[in-house]
Design a protein around this ligand. Sequence first.
Ligand SMILES: *Cc1c(COP(=O)(O)O)cnc(C)c1O
Length: 393
Amino acid sequence: MRLKDLEEELCLLKAQSLYRNLKRIDSPQSDMVTIDGREHISLCSNNYLGLANHRTLKDAAISAAEKYGTGAAASRLISGNMALHERLESITASFKQTEDALIFNTGYMANTGIIQSLASDKDVIFSDELNHASIIDGCRMSRATVFIYKHRDVDNLRLLLAGSKGFGKKIIITESVFSMDGDIAPIPDIKNAAIEHDAILIVDDAHATGVLGKIGRGSSEHFGIKPDAGLLQIQMGTYSKALGSFGAYIAGPMVLKEFLINKARSFIYTTALPPGVLGASIASIKIIQENDTLLKRLWDNTRFFRERLKGLGFNTLDSETPIIPVLIGSAEDTIQFSERLFQEGIFAAPIRPPTVPEGSCRIRTTITAAHSVGNIEYCTEIFEKVGKELRII
Ligand SMILES: *Cc1c(COP(=O)(O)O)cnc(C)c1O
């Protein structure tokens, strides 16, 4: 292996319009961000409630650092288990209305940790074809047999469940809100299939936490799903998206927490989250539970923008949430679309394979509670202009 080999691989990516580079943000995350010395409307953050630069969260992070310091100094099982970890877990469990919760350092680590600890090479996993890379990687690490079912297709899932004989555990895993499409999985039907086939159900609420349900508890609140005796139902979610902080949780029965503490490698072999981050997450859940103003604004903004885009003739797939994809098609056109938006003061990253399937490149827009109606209107005008220029509409 020589440096030249790396350069060649990069050249190939460039030729295929699949090369990726970093854009630097010189401001806090909000509805507007500074890039290249100029303000842009941010249309691609997961900061759904606009909490990532909220005064109360910042104060909570600062006072947690003042009181407990900047580092947790060790993994949870050695000496890193501090009062704030346990407080955040108990607040998370009551927010999620589950028996208990366990913090992971990231959603990526939560998914890989839980799948790898529950499944082995004797087991079988049923995974939606559009599930996130962290789920895919967790499946690979587990060495279980993996059946990919068609996107949100419970009939296809049932067929695969019925045809799978001779395995140990059966595990079904799905995102609730799909991160690149913004549609919602039919969780009640999937849950019934899990009960019928005695399978474990794992739901990834990364984009549903703080977004779905009456006060933002997630997909279980949205669908009115209660814990069910006889079904191991596991919810995973993040503090890093709508909640404006960092880290992830698993919510479920107490014995699940005990199991993961003993088995999940991505929990065991990593330094615990630092106090500042935990303080911000605790403050965020309090804000969400006390007041639904931000949630209401998020959904008003979402409906407004999606209706406008659809009215202009853009294909927003089956989006039902603040994630609103604008389907473009080829990687080349998508990059051009994104660059034109950028020139007009809108930051919306192009999404290409392997993040999405070939030929379905898109501008994945996300709306937040922080966007003003005026700015959303401006975005629709620019989308119309660029869409016509590039003959997308
Ligand atoms: C973002 C995301 C994750 C990973 O969460 P991080 O905390 O960012 O590591 C997992 N699953 C889905 C569906 C996501 O969108």
